[in-house]
Each structure stands twice: as C-alpha cells, then as structure tokens.
Design a protein around this ligand. Structure first.
Ligand SMILES: [Ca+2]
Length: 156
C-alpha cells in the first residue's frame, strides 16, 4: 500500500525516473527489502533504493533515513548492521559498496520531488551469527512533505 505523499522504492530504481518497485508502507511487509547474506562469512550486501513524492508534493528541508528496532521489548537490536549512503551516480551496488560512505543515518538535504532520489542501503552480518530470518529492523524516513506550488499564468 502506498503512502499518500512520499514512497520508498527498491528493484534498482533509476535516478530521475519513476521506476522501481514500491516498498510496502502498510506494515504488512508485503514487499520489503530482502538481503540474503552469509553470516558465517561476515558478508554484507548493498542495494539501491529511491524515495520520491507523489504527484503534487515535494519535501522541504532535510530528509533522514535510518534503521529502527521494530520490537524494542526484546533483547536484540540489529540496527547497527545497517548503513545508508548518498548516491554519487554509482554504476551499481558493487561500485557503491566500494566507494560510498555508509552511516547509520543518511541526511538528504535536497528537496525530493516526484522523480527518484536514489540512495544506497547496506546490510552487514557478523561472523558467528546464527542463520536466521531477521525481520527485526525497519526503515524510518523522516521528512516534511508539502504541496507543490502550482504556478498558473493567465494571459488575456
Ligand atoms: Ca529488538
């Protein structure tokens, strides 16, 4: 289910276009990001993601992206396995993995409009971690969305 104002996309979205697969925002995880990594090798994986606003909206001010612990009542918190990086026209995930700086919180200062604003997500594992289907971490996007001002010119 789409958010009314701004949405997150996966599936190799293209900067400046409106492609990609909508990541569910309804909490039902119908189309979440999926990273498959081998913890016994301490692997990590990078995927391309994008944010874009619905037609008629844009962000004003900073947008921050970070991981959050879905269940704070248990003992585990795997948010430190996640990192985010700004795009620099990286050719692919390998290039982003090699060159980008991944941080726990990414701040995008540019206004996000109705086309894809690309960023990169990195999931890591630690060696010795048991095999598991880890669904304990969610993505949090904080921003302010406003209605785009439509300028109408009337000529007589
Ligand atoms: Ca937890």
């Amino acid at each position: 289910m789409a958010n009314a104002y701004i949405n997150l996309y996966k599936g190799n979205p293209t900067a400046g276009l409106v492609d990609g697969t909508l990541v569910s925002t309804d909490g039902a995880n119908t189309a979440p990001f999926t990273f498959t990594i081998d913890a016994s090798k301490g692997e990590s994986e990078v995927q391309k993601a994008a944010l874009r606003c619905e037609p008629g909206y844009l962000t004003t001010g900073n947008t921050t992206i970070s991981a959050y612990d879905i269940d704070t009542t248990d003992d585990s918190d795997h948010t430190n396995y996640w990192g985010f990086a700004a795009d620099n026209n990286y050719a692919d995930a390998n290039a982003a993995n090699a060159a980008a700086t991944f941080t726990p919180t990414l701040t995008i200062e540019d206004s996000i409009e109705v086309v894809n604003k690309v960023f990169w997500i990195k999931a890591s594992s630690t060696t010795g971690e048991p095999p598991q289907n880890d669904r304990t971490v969610g993505l949090e996007v904080k921003t302010i969305v406003t209605a785009a001002v439509v300028e109408e010119n009337y000529s007589s």
